[in-house]
Design a protein around this ligand. Structure first.
Ligand code: ZN
Length: 205
């Protein structure tokens, strides 16, 4: 119930103030997060909580299945603000195993608007059909597809004019791909990090 939620908020804010009287005043005056997080809307994967970060430490964009659409004005606006105004140094695209959005993208039944949203994930599944067929079962295939979707998201973020422009100005900006395990609460690095050097090298080849 909403009343319970408001009560929990009241208890939380009072506990914070008791612990650190200047906490909210400091946060209200500025935010200086080091991270920009692009994650799934799934309620079990809240960026701050799973990364062990406090308010003010991570700027967040979430959508169904953490899809990076190159023309998503919502994501691009947040990305531009994070890079140009907040000067974040680490961008994280984070997917998770057991993702309902990824599952929907592998099913034949219609899901309404979500089918439009998840089209890039379906496209990935077709592109990697041979690799995915080697997975032991349907759950393993979906989990591998969730990983591929993160890796593709990292690449798409790197290719945006926002990042390309930022890399011409500064080199302390990296984009990482992580995947979260709902069953063990662990974040895993998919080792697909890109920075200015990596990307320039790839475009030259
Ligand atoms: Zn998900």
């Amino acid at each position: 119930m909403l009343a319970d939620l408001l009560e929990r908020n009241s208890v939380w804010s009072q506990a914070r103030k008791a612990e650190d009287p200047g906490y909210f005043l400091r946060l209200a005056s500025q935010q200086t997060p080091e991270f920009f997080w692009i994650g799934c809307s799934d309620s079990r994967v809240p960026a701050n909580v799973v990364a062990g970060l406090d308010p003010g430490e991570v700027f967040v964009h979430r959508n169904v299945a953490n899809v990076v659409h190159s023309s998503d004005m919502n994501l691009l606006s947040a990305l531009e603000f994070a890079v140009d105004a907040l000067k974040v140094r680490e961008i994280i695209v984070c997917g998770h195993y057991g993702c309902g959005g990824v599952k929907a993208a592998t099913e034949d039944m219609p899901h309404g608007l979500a089918d439009h949203w998840l089209e890039p994930v379906r496209r990935l599944a077709r592109a990697y059909a041979l690799d995915l067929a080697k997975c032991a079962d349907i759950d393993a295939r979906r989990d591998r597809l969730a990983e591929l979707n993160v890796i593709e998201g990292v690449r798409r973020v790197a290719e945006t004019p926002i990042i390309q422009k930022a890399w011409r100005r500064r080199t302390n900006l990296r984009i990482h791909g992580l995947i979260y395990g709902l069953k063990d609460g662990r974040l895993r690095d998919l080792d697909c990090t890109v920075g200015p050097g990596h990307f320039l090298k790839e475009t030259v080849e």
